[in-house]
Write a protein that binds this ligand. Structure first.
Ligand code: PMT
Length: 417
C-alpha cells in the first residue's frame, strides 16, 4: 500500500525520517512531499535516499522551489491529482499551524495543501509547534474543523520544546503516528461488499398541521455511522428523519418524517441489505387522531395515543440468513438491565446502549459513550467523538461476522440468562 508523508517546516522535520523508516518496516510504499519551509530544515535528498522515490517539493514545473536540489522534484500542476488518487493514506508529520490552517480553510497554494484537498484517502495529522501556537484559539478551531471532517489527529506530547518553552507541542512519538496510520489502513475497504442500511434522527408524529410529537435526536450518531461505513467501503442507505445535518457524500439518502414512513423505507430495502443499524430515535406512540386544522387553545387537552409498529422487531422477524441487525437504545436509568431486556425482546444481534442521563453525551452531543451489548458480552466504548466511536462500533459489528471463540471463564455473560 502507498502512504504519502507530508513534511512541514518545523524543527521536528528531521523526525519525519524516522517515521518514513518505521512505515517502510511495515512493507508500505512511502512517498514524501515537502513544503518549502520543510526544506529549510531537512534536505529532500534524505527522504529520496530513504524511500527510493523522488521527493515532491513544489507545485509548478517551471520554477518549483527545490526543483534544483538533489533528490527533489517539482511536480506538474496536475500531478497532485495523480498522487491524490493513488495514495492509500496521507500522513502529515510534523504538521505546522500554518498547514493545518490551510487544510481547514481549503487553501491549496502548495503541493501538500493541494494534495490534501484532492485526495479522498484517509488523512492523519501529527501537529508539532510552540505551546502558545498549539493552544491558540485559531489552531484549536482549525483542529476542530479538521476532526469534524474525519482527519485523524495524533496529538502532540508535552515537554521541553525546541523554542525553549515547556508545554504541549512536541511531535508525538513515531510509534503513535505509525499506529494511527496502520489503524486507518486496516479499516480501508473492510466493509466492501456490505450494504448497510442506517436509520438516523428522530421521527415526528403530527398532532395537527403545525405541531408534532418528537424527540431530541439530532441524527449525529446515525450520520456518523453512515459516513464511517461509506468510508470503509460499504454501500450505504441512510433512512433519515428530519435533521439539520448535511448527509455524507456517496450515500443513498431516503428522507422520512413519521415512524410509518421509516418503517416502509426500511422494509422496502431489506432485500438489498446485509447489515441494518437502527440508530434513529423512533416514536413509540402517535396521536390516534390527527387534527385537520390547528388545535385551538381552550382549557386542558387530552391526547389519545396509539403504539407505533416496532420496526426493529419487524426487521428481525424478516431477516435473511447472514443479515446482521443492530439496534440502539437510549436509557436514563438501569441502562444495562433495560439494554439487555431490549436485546432479548427485540432479537437483535447487538444493542448499542447509551446512558443519555450523562452530561455531554447522547442526544445532540458531538460525543458519546456506549456499551456494545451482545448476548454474551458487554463491551464498554468510552466517551469519544461520535465520528470516532462509529468506527469502533463498526469494528464490533464486523467481529460478529467472525466465528465465535469458545467462552473462557473470564468472558462471563452479562447476566445469568
Ligand atoms: O441523534 P443523536 O442526537 O446523535 O443521538 C443519538 C441517539 C441517542 C438518538 C442514538 O445513539 C440512540 O440511542 N438511538 C436509539 C434511541 C432510542 O430511544 O431507542 P429506543 O430505546 O426507543 O429503541 C430501541 C431500538 O428500537 C432503536 O434501535 C430504535 O431505532 C428501535 N425502534 C424503536 C421504536 C420503534 N417503534 N421502532 C424501532 O425500530
Amino acid at each position: 500500500m502507498k502512504v504519502t508523508v507530508g513534511v512541514c517546516g518545523g524543527i521536528a522535520a528531521y523526525k519525519a525520517a524516522e517515521l518514513v523508516r518505521a512505515l517502510e518496516k511495515h512493507a508500505l510504499d512511502v512517498h514524501v512531499v515537502m513544503t518549502e519551509a520543510a526544506q529549510q530544515f531537512v534536505q529532500p535528498l534524505t527522504f529520496a535516499a530513504l524511500t527510493g522515490h523522488k521527493v515532491i517539493t513544489g507545485l509548478w514545473d517551471a520554477d518549483g522551489s527545490g526543483a534544483g536540489e538533489p533528490g527533489a522534484e517539482a511536480a506538474s500542476s496536475i500531478e497532485h491529482m495523480d498522487a491524490a488518487q493513488t495514495t492509500d493514506a496521507l500522513v502529515v508529520a510534523p504538521a505546522t499551524a500554518n498547514t493545518l490552517a490551510k487544510f481547514a480553510h481549503g487553501i491549496a497554494d502548495d503541493f501538500l495543501s493541494a494534495l490534501y484537498l484532492a485526495t479522498t484517502a484517509p488523512v492523519i495529522v501529527a501537529p508539532a509547534m510552540n505551546v502558545n501556537m498549539w493552544e491558540h484559539a485559531a489552531t484549536r478551531a482549525n483542529l476542530e474543523t479538521l476532526a469534524g471532517r474525519n482527519v485523524r489527529i495524533v496529538s502532540p506530547e508535552s515537554g521541553y520544546l525546541a523554542c525553549g518553552m515547556t508545554g504541549a507541542g512536541r511531535l508525538a512519538e513515531t510509534e503513535a503516528i505509525v499506529d494511527a496510520v496502520l489503524s486507518v489502513l486496516q479499516h480501508r475497504n473492510d466493509l466492501a461488499g456490505e450494504t448497510m442500511l442506517v436509520t438516523a434522527g428522530g421521527t415526528r408524529e403530527a398532532l395537527d398541521p403545525v405541531r408534532f410529537l418528537g424527540n431530541r435526536s439530532s441524527g449525529k450518531m446515525g450520520y456518523a455511522m453512515a459516513e464511517a461505513a461509506q468510508r470503509r467501503g460499504a454501500r450505504v442507505i441512510l433512512v433519515t428523519a428530519p435533521t439539520a445535518l448535511r448527509p455524507p457524500a456517496n450515500v443513498e439518502v431516503v428522507p422520512v418524517v413519521t415512524t410509518e414512513e421509516m418503517r416502509q423505507a426500511v422494509m422496502n430495502r431489506l432485500d438489498q441489505t446485509t447489515i441494518v443499524i437502527k440508530a434513529a430515535a423512533v416514536a413509540d406512540y402517535r396521536p390516534r387522531v390527527q387534527a385537520d386544522q390547528k388545535l385551538r387553545r381552550s382549557g386542558p387537552l387530552t391526547l389519545e395515543l396509539e403504539p407505533t409498529q416496532d420496526i426493529l422487531a419487524e426487521v428481525v422477524a424478516q431477516r435473511r440468513a447472514g443479515m446482521l441487525v443492530i439496534g440502539f437504545a437510549a436509557e436514563t436509568q438501569d441502562a444495562l438491565a433495560h439494554g439487555r431486556d431490549k436485546l432479548l425482546r427485540k432479537g437483535a444481534d447487538a444493542i448499542v446502549l447509551n446512558d443519555v442521563s450523562r452530561e455531554g453525551v447522547g442526544f445532540d452531543a458531538d460525543r458519546n459513550a456506549v456499551t456494545f451489548l451482545t448476548r454474551d458480552r458487554a463491551m464498554e466504548l468510552p466517551e469519544m467523538r461520535k465520528r470516532e466511536l462509529a468506527d469502533h462500533i463498526l469494528d464490533e459489528i464486523l467481529a460478529l461476522r467472525r466465528p465465535r471463540k469458545v467462552l473462557a471463564e473470564s468472558d462471563a455473560p452479562v447476566s445469568g440468562d
